[in-house]
Write a protein that binds this ligand. Structure first.
Ligand SMILES: Cc1cc2nc3c(=O)[nH]c(=O)nc-3n(C[C@H](O)[C@H](O)[C@H](O)COP(=O)(O)OP(=O)(O)OC[C@H]3O[C@@H](n4cnc5c(N)ncnc54)[C@H](O)[C@@H]3O)c2cc1C
Length: 329
């Protein structure tokens, strides 16, 4: 029996900020759009988790704004009630950019962006191949999607793997640019405390050296009703211990964090982000990968293109949509 095939103008791989931002612009321009994500929740690296009644932001912790269009977007999210300023500087820090948080958690922004979109979660795009009228993408639930255009927003090493499933060959210069992109890893520990932490307001600590890069107090931040901290291993530490026993690595980070916590950890979970933040990015806001080839429209987007942060992911998603709408693909 052949699997059912669904049709859409644009298939977007990834319901992170790049994918959701692209999807909104394309849908507003009249395209039918389907977003597919292998994760169980919306937002990709804008991730949240619960341990009983404790809640955590365990991926991106905040957003900063530079580009005027993104400044306006965050202003709109604040007006819509899904974001607010968290802090501008904490004790001992001279850098006073405003840091914005999602309300009540970072994933609120992704949920808000997905409100009017068709998104299939917990669904992996297993392969993509060129089809007579565009792209044919096979999903792990046995269905396939036929689309005129394809936007892929996964971390670039995963994108290259996906393209290789259908023998999609990119021009050598584009392939070289993509191969240069690299990411740091991050081991993220979510720990429930027996009492409020000793971390000073605003409940955030960036640490410049050593195994810990960041500790945030989700209770002070307003994410959790119970005392709960997120501890991020540094890029070097996380890469070195990525394949080690996760619980042991988590316990080590908790031990190292304990002088800052001033409270006992009563429960914890750990998550490893293999591709946390890009350290080498591409110089263009998205890659029109099909340009100059016989491939149907194919655009690659995400934070590896327009900057290694939440802002970059959104700008890249918008750039991907713009390139399709302008017909430059
Ligand atoms: C621990 C951590 C801390 C961070 N801290 C900050 C911070 O404080 N401030 C900041 O601005 N940024 C921060 N970042 C970076 C920020 O989270 C990212 O830049 C941004 O969220 C990237 O969005 P994206 O849409 O490009 O990618 P993603 O959010 O990674 O979205 C890609 C999506 O594609 C999906 N996917 C991949 N392959 C497939 C497939 N084959 N089929 C279906 N779906 C697929 C994935 O499940 C994922 O949801 C942090 C990231 C991490 C991990």
């Amino acid at each position: 029996m052949t699997s059912p095939t669904h049709k859409t103008d644009v298939l977007i791989v990834g319901a992170g900020l790049a994918g959701l931002s692209a999807a909104n612009d394309l849908q507003n321009a009249g395209y039918t759009v389907l977003v597919v994500d292998k994760g169980r929740g919306l937002g990709g690296r804008l991730a949240g988790r619960r341990i009983d009644n404790a809640s955590f932001d365990h991926g991106a912790q905040f957003m900063t704004t530079r580009d005027p269009k993104f400044v306006e977007q965050v202003r709109q999210w604040i007006e819509d009630g899904v974001a607010e300023e968290w802090y501008s500087s904490f004790p001992g820090q001279v850098n006073s950019h405003a840091r914005y948080r999602g309300v009540p958690t970072m994933t609120a922004i992704a949920k808000h962006l997905a409100m009017d979109l068709t998104v299939k979660l917990a669904t992996t795009v297993e392969s993509v191949q060129v089809h007579s009228d565009g792209w044919l993408s096979q999903l792990n639930n046995g269905t396939s999607i036929q689309s005129r255009s394809l936007v892929i927003t996964s971390p670039v090493p995963q994108t290259l793997d996906l393209l290789s499933t259908g023998n999609v060959r990119l021009p050598q210069d584009k392939h070289d640019r993509l191969s240069r992109i690299s990411y740091e890893s991050c081991i993220s520990v979510m720990a429930v405390l027996d009492k409020p932490s000793a971390i000073k307001p605003p409940g955030a600590m960036a640490i410049d050296s050593g195994p810990i890069a960041w500790i945030s107090d989700n209770q002070q931040k307003g994410v959790s009703v119970l005392p709960a901290v997120t501890i991020h291993g540094s890029g070097d530490f996380s890469a070195k211990h990525f394949e080690d026993d996760r619980d042991e690595v988590a316990r080590r980070l908790i031990d190292l964090a304990s002088p800052y916590l001033g409270a006992k950890v009563v429960d914890f979970q750990v998550h490893g982000w293999r591709y946390s933040k890009p350290v080498i990015v591409d110089s263009s806001p998205c890659m029109i990968a099909s340009e100059g080839t016989d491939l149907p429209p194919l655009v690659l987007a995400g934070d590896a293109f327009a900057g290694p942060r939440v802002e970059g992911a959104v700008l890249s998603g918008w750039a991907a949509a713009k390139s399709l709408i302008a017909g430059s693909v």
